[in-house]
Design a protein around this ligand. Sequence first.
Ligand SMILES: Cc1cc2nc3c(=O)[nH]c(=O)nc-3n(C[C@H](O)[C@H](O)[C@H](O)COP(=O)(O)OP(=O)(O)OC[C@H]3O[C@@H](n4cnc5c(N)ncnc54)[C@H](O)[C@@H]3O)c2cc1C
Length: 463
Amino acid sequence: MSNPRAPRSKTGSVDVVIVGAGFAGLSAAERLVSMGRSVLVLEGRDRVGGRSLSGEVAGVRVDLGATWVSRRHTAIRDLANRAGCTTIGQFSQGRNVLWAAGRRRTYRGTIPTVSPAALVDMARVQLALNKLVASIDVDAAWNSPEAGRFDAISFGEWLDRKNALPATRTLMTIVSKVQWGCSPGDVSLLHALRYIRAAGGVDHMLDVEGGQQQERYAETTQEIAKRVAERLGDRVVLGTPVRRISQNGTGVTIRTDSAEIKAKYAIVTVATAHRAEIDFDPALPEQAEGLAKTWRMGVLSKAFVAYDKPFWRADGLSGEALTDTGAVFITFDVSPDATGPGVLMAFCDPRVFDGFDLEHRRSRVIQQLVQLYGTRASVPIDYLDHCWGEEPFAPGGPNPAVAPYATTSYGPALTEPHGRVHWAGTETAGEWAGTMNGAVLTGQRAAERVAAAVARESREVAV
Ligand SMILES: Cc1cc2nc3c(=O)[nH]c(=O)nc-3n(C[C@H](O)[C@H](O)[C@H](O)COP(=O)(O)OP(=O)(O)OC[C@H]3O[C@@H](n4cnc5c(N)ncnc54)[C@H](O)[C@@H]3O)c2cc1C
């Protein structure tokens, strides 16, 4: 990897320039290099990994962004294997805690057993949701039979129409905050259905055992990206935001603050909203511009609280909790082992978290952990948090919070190439959109398409 501060040569030329060094960009580069193509990956941040970022709390490496993989996430698992990274199971033994309507209870399994009526209601709503999900075209949600109707309302409005009980709403609000970084009222029903379909259905999306939260990486997920980038060497350039992409019939010119690079093609892997920060010449067609303007990123924050031991395990608790109030709305045990340190990972609602100073954020999180896990939670040995909405470059995550009408209006522009500019990134995935696995698949897909186009042109020149 090139030193982020070192200015590169003012001009250069490669087969393909890739914008963004997240999993999509790095996978595209890896695939193109394996096919004998010259590439340059330009990353605006001074690090690789994008929405995957490591931190350290009490000496334990933790995932501030992407964490989990399911057994079915074969593309990211393959990349991680080749990078020498190893999965560990998400700890889930024991009872989970629920804090709802000012009361603490414990339960087993994914769905909280609040009351028989609430359980029946959750099953009813989940069944209705699964029926709609089954009708979604995962590769082109806007072409699904009832796309227009589903895109005209928010997920929240749909829950209203279903007369969802408060406990069902609490669960669905947590799903929405974790998946799209917003409340159900802020995300289109069609967008929600597309992501649930892409995640393999409601159960696979929510479950630890057999689901998306089954495993995480001992080395952290950003370490996978770092190792892939290491192999790509000085083909990856950090601290270099791409400002402009112009093109003519023979190639593209990429402009950064300090250089101009010529290439045959570009692959842009930035999140849809961040496409709007790049000046395209010729300009993007109306639909692609609409996509960049309306597919805004959701926001999510995470806090990590370390204790000398995972003390909750001795109480028969899994470290998994759901709450309907305050900053923390879900927790997981991400301790390295039973002997310590014990680490709780808490997902936090940015609206009541990000604007406060570190001391406020810390005391707010710890206060909630005391409600959930008892007074021993009041004596942590370390604390760390990360607010994705506050990132200075390419802020937001985990996924776009796409409002009603924006999927049917602009969705087709997700993958439609703009001349010599091709698109990748987890948003452009069909199956597994919104995950690292989706990102890897789209990077590889774009690489293959562009490599084929470069080969075709080379043959035409030879003739
Ligand atoms: C809090 C959180 C939790 C998550 N949990 C999980 C999880 O458990 N499991 C899972 O599979 N996924 C999870 N995700 C989602 C996962 O991180 C993403 O799906 C995946 O990392 C996206 O990869 P990408 O390459 O498509 O995009 P990104 O990682 O966003 O990469 C795009 C890159 O482009 C760069 N960029 C943007 N604009 C420019 C520009 N103009 N010039 C140059 N570079 C630019 C950005 O800096 C970024 O590095 C989570 C995300 C977050 C934020």
